[in-house]
Design a protein around this ligand. Structure first.
Ligand SMILES: [Zn+2]
Ligand SMILES: [Zn+2]
Length: 332
């Protein structure tokens, strides 16, 4: 039995379980460990059954609970070497400081980078959804998860306890198939402003599951990866008009719309209408922006694109949510 369960999807955190009868993989850990475990239980998944964690890229909304979850469950983390290095750099404070000082330092670094970004017409930090300003405030200064805070303080108090310590790290390279248990994993490079971002195709008991979120556009070499998928999880991040008229600073809007930003409803629909082979039983729209999109807009534009391809057996359309786990998709 093949199962995909999206625990969360969107700019505030991403995490999905891909499972065969014998192997279970957590794809990204963009919620706190506590929330990941809570949602797994709510979705009927036993955290003790997880075999590995797989990371797409180092943005906060994909790695927030990485270290704590991997250590708590004692599972290996699979990622590319550049992504691992970027994550370690991001996580490791330069000297021993209190947690509050570290937060303040990160806030200042964010402000400096934003100032530079505005000069260059680019925003170099973070998933710009929500904007960097509110992201920094929301994620770092408002009520940190007590568990994450305790873990950070613990590691700061004892320098030998490295906050980036993981039970085991396995590197993969884009384009090279590897196996975790009986699941085949093919990572592919996606255009996004992280150091080495990837999407995945999973081969599970003869089924193909494609995951492509956090991408500025769909390059033609991705078309082959996303062919013959039985489940296709595709980003439908923003409505262009809502983004243009919305609350983000102009530099952030440019970044989201850029070739290394996020996929709009229109771009997702264009792919579904023109380049997608119509093979999937399920199409999952994912990573919807809460500020610059509405679920109904994303749904309508994808439905229009899939109009001739939808039936009881093919192209059932579902939307992944930020605030709660999606009903598991099961292929028998
Ligand atoms: Zn990202
Ligand atoms: Zn993201």
């Amino acid at each position: 039995m093949v199962r995909m369960t999206v625990l969360a999807s969107g700019s505030k955190g991403n995490s999905t379980i891909v499972a065969s009868s014998t192997t279970r993989i957590l794809v990204d850990a963009g919620l706190s460990c506590r929330e990941i475990l809570r949602r797994m239980k709510a979705a009927g998944e036993d955290p003790a059954d997880l075999d590995a964690m797989l990371i797409t890229h180092e943005h906060q909304d994909h790695v927030q609970g990485l270290a704590v979850t991997a250590r708590r469950l004692g599972i290996p983390v699979y990622l590319t070497e550049p992504t691992h290095r970027a994550w370690v750099r991001w996580l490791t404070p330069r000297k021993r400081i209190t947690y509050a000082e570290w937060l303040e330092q990160r806030r200042k670094q964010g402000a400096e980078l934003r100032a530079q970004g505005t000069e260059n017409g680019a925003v170099p930090v973070a998933d710009a959804d929500p904007p960097v300003t509110s992201r920094v405030n929301a994620d770092y200064t408002a009520e940190p998860d007590p568990e994450e805070k305790a873990a950070a303080e613990e590691s700061l108090a004892e320098p030998e306890k490295d906050p980036a310590a993981l039970p085991a790290v396995e590197y993969f390279q884009s384009g090279n198939l590897f196996r975790i248990g009986d699941i085949g994993v093919t990572p592919f490079t996606i255009p996004h402003d992280a150091v080495d971002p990837v999407g995945f195709v999973f081969e599970v008991e003869g089924a193909r599951l494609g995951v492509a979120t956090d991408l500025g556009y769909i390059p033609s070499n991705l078309h082959a990866h996303l062919r013959r998928c039985d489940v296709l999880m595709l980003e439908s991040n923003h409505d262009l008009e809502m983004l243009r008229d919305g609350p983000y600073p102009w530099a952030v809007k440019q970044r989201v719309m850029s070739r290394v930003g996020h996929l709009s409803n229109d771009a997702a629909a264009e792919f579904l209408a023109r380049s997608y082979d119509g093979h999937a039983a399920w199409v999952v729209l994912a990573h919807l922006s809460e500020s610059n999109n509405l679920p109904e807009l994303a749904r309508i534009s994808a439905e229009r694109a899939l109009r001739d391809k939808m039936n009881l057996l093919a192209n059932k359309l579902v939307l992944a949510e930020q605030s709660r786990p999606m009903e598991p998709i099961v292929l028998e």
